[in-house]
Design a protein around this ligand. Structure first.
Ligand code: TMP
Length: 206
């Protein structure tokens, strides 16, 4: 049996990534593809507890190294519990964020360094990498506007503000230069227009 496809979605907070994630999910459903959806951090009982620690604004004393290791801990758990077994069974895995988030947020925006982050990423995933990554690219200004429209309270990471999101965006651009599996998708269009690009890229993989 062929291994399943491992597809990840990335973008700064408010990029519209989750909308595109859901459109691809619906598309797979219509096509009768065998798939699962997961998100990071979270997606397992242990991972959801770690997510609560990471995103709770009360944890304002968390140091960046602890933050990095907690994201990696949640990742190790979901890779072993859900992602690897599904891929081995031939199931497509759609993951809302994966280790490119750690490159952009912790490696670049927190300035912990790309090499260290990539070493830990590989340790956490035991060498597993996505087959394709859709990076929804919008300016930090547009992302902030979209988050305002949504009106949800900021979590601990979102509360870090525009300057931080700009560094994250830069981190994503650097990652996209380095890894050809990352497809940069222009997010300044209607959801349907954006999804057309994602659909074509997905079809081309089959
Ligand atoms: P979400 O809101 O898309 O679920 O993501 C949770 C937040 O955690 C988001 O602000 C991005 C951040 N994050 C990191 O900083 N590093 C990571 O490795 C991951 C997966 C997410």
């Amino acid at each position: 049996m062929d291994r399943g496809l491992f597809i990840t979605f990335e973008g700064i907070d408010g990029s519209g990534k989750s909308t595109q994630f859901n459109l691809l999910k619906e598309y797979l459903e219509q096509k009768g593809v065998d798939y699962i959806v997961v998100r990071e951090p979270g997606g397992t009982t242990i991972g959801e507890k770690i997510r609560e620690i990471l995103l709770n604004k009360k944890n304002d004393k968390m140091v960046s190294r602890a933050e990095l290791l907690l994201f990696e801990a949640a990742r190790a758990q979901i890779v072993e519990e859900k992602i690897k077994p599904s891929l081995e069974a031939g199931t497509t895995v759609l993951c809302d964020r994966f280790f490119d988030s750690t490159i952009a947020y912790q490696g670049y925006a927190r300035d912990l360094g790309l090499d260290r982050v990539m070493d830990l990423n590989m340790y956490a995933t035991d060498g597993l990498e996505p087959d394709v990554t859709f990076l929804i690219n919008v300016t930090p200004e547009e992302a902030l506007r979209r988050r305002g429209v949504r009106g949800e309270a900021d979590d601990r990471m979102e509360a870090l503000g525009m300057g931080f999101q700009a560094k994250v965006a830069n981190g994503y651009h650097e990652a996209a230069k380095r890894y050809s599996r990352i497809k940069v998708i222009d997010g300044h269009r209607t959801p349907d227009e954006i999804f057309e690009d994602i659909k074509s890229s997905y079809e081309a993989l089959l």
